[in-house]
Ligand binder design. Structure first.
Ligand code: NAD
Length: 500
């Protein structure tokens, strides 16, 4: 629900010297400021353990904006709104100092008692911070109070429930903004528009016309320095439980009766409820796990996952997941939705391919005597746009249908950079629009789906890990997952087809 487009307020960032704050949050706040989307009445308090003066903190904010954004005028004025509080979040006494600082800023900038608490910290602190915020009176305000929480939201359903219970003591569900930054991406938000604003897609968006859907999110990077975290997480928890299932929910949901937060979320929840649970022996038939071995990327040799820092040589952790999801409802019965995500793959790409069913009869000659299926490709990153693959007659040729493509590149249209996901999400949170944040019901249903798979994987050693080479598109078993159904993965690179 949108309230005020530019409310005054205090943004308190816990973990203000961390990577996320520097790379994403400060530059995003600055972009909002430059676009006039921040009220003049705003202040930011950075909280972290390291002792820093306000001046030092402002200098670090300035440096992170400068390294992210070239055109950076009015930076001095922007950083003058930033303040720092050195504070160990586990130390109770320090919250009272934070409270009086917040009150002073409230008066100084006339912030109307509006507060956003952004937890850009390791998840083990989320519950403690929320409890202290309430116990020490930081949430006793006349204006709004909101809690923004980073992923991961728990490690499984049980721990997510515990965390939720803790933060719900201090914040109500509609005050909690659980970040899934994929939901801030331009083309993820566009899924709804493409579906619900076009007469040509929605009537075909069902099991009568769609044969399968493929959602790929591949990374070239390996685990980097995150080995310690990743060993406990793996691709299933890190990517599937949140980003992949969120994209599936948006692709499969029914049109909401209104574009309000509650209506959209309730349609997404129905999709997650209709998702067929995969458990026990079925996991082997529906899911494939992989772990990268060494290989070559950009001409350089890169190490296997089990040779990365902080990773066990015998690691059973998956860096790749492919799966087949079935949504058992009227619209989707019988249509497989394939997902795959992995590290150290051949290309960085997030892409959705909707493959339409073959037409009943091919009247046109082609060498292989089959027509290419119509495809709708939604490019999420790094390119942003849509491509529609059709069949048409090439000029000067006999009656022969040739695949052609219609392309819409989102970025190219006015040469403007599309806003960063974090910029949109921060703006939404300030306006009180929770549509693109994850509701507890979605978190719980996603964990309950994923837990059944991780139960099997954690209790059986993966055969033949590492089972895919760095720089490839994943293990061969993932290809067989589709071959069994008569399909294959469409490449993440553009198909070699003429543009019309
Ligand atoms: P980080 O390790 O770089 O930063 C952690 C911050 O927490 C630092 O400012 C540190 O000083 C502070 N901190 C740690 N212990 C503290 C304590 N006891 N008291 C007070 N401050 C303390 O972490 P990050 O990469 O910025 O990630 C933060 C959160 O965001 C994590 O939940 C992570 O999963 C999530 N996240 C990060 C990214 C990213 O791109 N970095 C992306 C998605 C999600």
């Amino acid at each position: 629900m949108k309230t005020n487009e530019k409310p005054a307020g205090l943004i308190m960032i816990f973990g203000a010297t961390g990577d996320l704050a520097k790379r994403k949050l400060f530059p995003s706040l600055y972009r909002l400021y430059k676009k006039g989307r921040l009220s003049d009445r705003f202040a930011v308090v950075g909280v972290a353990r390291r002792p820093l003066s306000n001046d030092e903190f402002q200098a670090s904010v300035k440096a992170s904006v400068e390294s992210a954004i070239k055109d950076n005028g009015e930076l001095e004025d922007f950083i003058s709104h930033f303040y720092y509080h050195s504070h160990d979040v586990t130390d109770s006494s320090s919250y009272l100092e934070l409270k009086s600082m917040a009150e002073e800023l409230d008066t100084h900038y006339s912030l109307e008692g509006n507060r956003i608490f952004y937890l850009a910290m390791a998840p083990e602190f989320f519950g403690t911070i929320a409890e202290h915020l309430k116990a020490d009176g930081l949430t006793d305000v006349d204006g709004f109070k909101r809690l923004v929480i980073e992923k991961p939201f728990g490690h499984d359903l049980e721990s997510a429930k515990q965390l939720n219970k803790q933060i719900r003591k201090a914040f109500s569900e509609n005050e909690i903004y659980r970040i899934d930054h994929y939901l801030g991406k331009e083309m993820v938000q566009n899924i709804e528009v493409i579906r619900f604003a076009n007469a040509i897609f929605e009537p075909l968006w069902n099991n009568r016309y769609i044969s399968n859907i493929q959602v790929t999110s591949s990374e070239v990077l390996g685990v980097e320095e995150r080995g310690r975290y990743y060993e406990k997480s793996g691709a299933l928890r890190d990517m599937v439980q949140n980003h992949m299932l969120q994209m599936v929910a948006l692709l499969a949901m029914e049109p909401p009766i209104r574009l309000t937060t509650d209506e959209i979320r309730s349609e997404k929840v129905k999709v997650l409820r209709a998702m067929r649970p995969i458990e026990g022996d079925q996991v082997r038939d529906y899911f494939v796990r992989g772990q990268y071995g060494k290989g070559h990327l950009n001409g350089q040799e890169v190490p296997a996952y089990n040779q990365e820092p902080m990773v066990d040589e015998q690691s059973n952790t998956e860096t790749y997941v492919a799966g087949k999801l079935m949504i058992d409802n009227f619209r989707w019965a019988g249509v497989p939705i394939y997902i795959r995500t992995g590290k150290r793959m051949a290309a960085k790409s997030t892409k959705i391919v909707i493959q339409f069913k073959d037409i009943p009869m091919n009247l046109y000659y082609q060498t292989e005597q089959t027509l290419n299926p119509n495809l709708l490709v939604i490019h999420i990153q790094p390119e942003e746009g849509i491509t529609l693959y059709l069949n048409a007659q090439k000029s000067g040729q006999n009656i022969e249908a040739t695949p052609v493509k219609l392309n819409f590149a989102n970025k190219g249209i006015d040469d403007m950079n599309t806003p960063e996901a974090y910029e949109r999400l921060l703006y939404d949170c300030m306006r009180g629009d929770a549509t693109n944040f994850t509701h507890w019901d979605e978190v719980a249903l996603s964990w309950s789906f994923v837990d059944k798979i991780s139960d099997v994987w954690e209790n059986t050693r993966a055969e033949g890990f590492p089972n895919y080479e760095s720089g490839s598109m994943g293990p061969k078993e993932a290809d067989r997952l589709l071959e069994k159904d008569g399909f294959f993965w469409w490449p993440v690179t553009d198909l070699d087809v003429e543009q019309c």
